[in-house]
Design a protein around this ligand. Structure first.
Ligand code: AMP
Ligand code: ZN
Length: 466
């Protein structure tokens, strides 16, 4: 397998620390709201990555944190007159619902900042002892000047970087690029005891501490959206490598952002969509399919049209699956013929193409194209007389490839196909009633929806046109 590593800016051969094991840390949400579809992209993408590792036989340990204390959480909890903890709990529960709806596998560990304070205090203490951090007025800062490799992930050097920082006269930091590890409480804020002040941790330190506790000092993969490269991940590397004296993550994976109508998603532009909005309207399975139809490092644009198109694409796969099932139930032939064996051999190509795409830095876009090619092949070569052995093999293969990407292809809950089923049934009834004008009218309507209806010996069958 070849994977792109942000640290080296190159595609590299993937090699794990321990044989057949992958340790993977993905930065999780700050739980002050429902997640938006941009966040969903990141979690869907790394779920597909994880599933593919599992498919390749790796034992994956997957950790994702919850940032359950931050300014926004405190402010909104105060507005509602509840504790930050209760407020964060609510959005963790909502996040779990979203994750399940998207068919994202649960992480092995979901550490929360507020449950990890002692480990955080411990790491900050180590950083001070080793001379990488300093305390001023109850605050503790990481001293970037002590970290010669600082900037290696985002490829910035400290000098040019410092010019970019806002110089604040009152700033108590030694260098503008230094960042906070511990901050003293302000009035009315929740706090924890520490050797420096009653206060709470800065944002970056949590991930260094949690990755170490649940995965170790040197891990295989650290991932997140590309907006996290600087400063969050740069700071994580500086902290972890200073505290542990070893390289932190061997591979850094970053997903490109999702834009809305070619603009950055933001509340002030009014182009902000929660996953709930989009999932409820288009289907969560369609959102997942849409996201995976682009390569994870390509910028991606959300429009209603592209979501609708993704819905049609997914429906073609679902319809093919349902047609196989239909034929399986109705076929009278069980023995695979010679021709069918030859066809099955030919169809191995699609599986190989799929794996080759995924082996090349998780190219889910090309992997989905391979599934479409396979669907075309099935639609062309399957008929009402196909043997059950042949159909079963096609069915298993289609399910396998879809499963690797976490795509749900059983058709039950699909509204679109329900409407088609109803029209097909109405047409059958019209024919029975010898109302051929109506039957033709319905067929035309189905044709306009891109659906072909066929009358076979076993009954009526329909499929989406290619
Ligand atoms: P946050 O809650 O803002 O810390 O974000 C949680 C995760 O979503 C992080 O991995 C971010 O990099 C990612 N993320 C935020 N905005 C977007 C976006 N527009 N597209 C893709 N991923 C995003
Ligand atoms: Zn993080």
């Amino acid at each position: 397998m070849i994977v792109y590593n942000t640290l080296t800016k190159k595609k590299e051969k993937f090699k794990t620390i321990e044989e057949n094991k992958v340790s993977m840390y993905v930065c999780g949400p700050t739980v002050y709201n429902f997640i938006h579809i941009g966040n969903a992209r990141t979690y869907i993408v790394f779920d597909a990555v994880r599933r593919y590792f599992k498919h390749k036989g790796y034992d994956v340990t997957y950790v994702q944190n919850y940032t359950d204390i931050d300014d926004r959480i405190i402010q909104r909890a105060n507005e509602e007159n509840i504790t930050s903890l209760a407020f964060a709990d609510r959005y963790i529960m909502e996040f779990e619902k979203d994750i399940e709806a998207l068919n994202i596998l649960a992480a092995d560990f979901y550490p929360r900042v507020t449950s990890e304070i002692s480990g955080i205090v411990e790491m900050i203490t180590t950083l001070i002892e080793k001379g990488f951090a300093y305390e001023i007025n109850g605050s503790v800062y990481f001293d970037t000047s002590k970290s010669p490799e600082y900037g290696k992930l985002s490829r910035r050097d400290l000098d040019s970087q410092e010019a970019g920082f806002r110089i604040d006269i009152d700033d108590e930091k030694k260098h503008p690029g230094d960042f906070i590890l511990w901050k003293p409480k302000k009035d009315g804020e929740p706090y924890w005891e520490s050797p420096w002040s009653e206060g709470r941790p800065g944002w970056h330190i949590e991930c260094s501490v949690m990755a170490k506790r649940y995965l170790g000092e040197n891990i295989d993969i650290h991932a997140g959206g590309e907006d996290l490269v600087f400063p969050h991940h740069e700071n994580e590397i500086a902290q972890s490598e200073a505290a542990n004296g070893k390289p932190f993550a061997n591979y850094w994976f970053h997903g490109a952002l999702l834009n809305i109508d070619n603009q950055k998603m933001s509340k002030s532009l009014g182009n902000f969509f929660t996953l709930r909005d989009v999932g409820d309207e288009f289907g969560y399975d369609v959102v997942r399919f849409f996201i995976l139809s682009s390569h994870y490092r390509s910028a991606m644009n959300f429009t209603r049209e592209s979501l609708a198109a993704a819905g049609n694409g997914l429906m073609r796969i679902k319809q093919c699956h349902s047609n196989i099932k239909y034929n399986l139930e109705n076929t009278k032939n069980s023995n695979i013929t010679k021709e069918e064996l030859a066809l099955l051999e030919k169809s191995d190509k699609f599986h190989k193409d799929f794996e080759a795409s995924m082996d090349d830095d998780f190219n889910t876009a090309d992997a989905i194209s391979a599934i479409f090619e396979f669907v075309r092949f099935i639609n062309k070569n399957m008929n009402a007389d196909s043997s059950s052995g042949f159909l079963e093999k096609l069915c298993k293969k289609l399910e396998l490839l879809s499963n690797i990407l976490g795509l749900v292809i059983s058709k039950e809950e699909s509204a679109d196909s329900k409407e088609i089923e109803e029209l097909v049934a109405a047409r059958t009834q019209a024919k029975k009633d010898k109302n051929f004008a109506l039957a033709d009218e319905i067929r035309e309507k189905l044709t306009s929806m891109g659906v072909t209806v066929e009358d076979t010996r076993q009954g009526v069958r329909w499929y989406f046109n290619e």
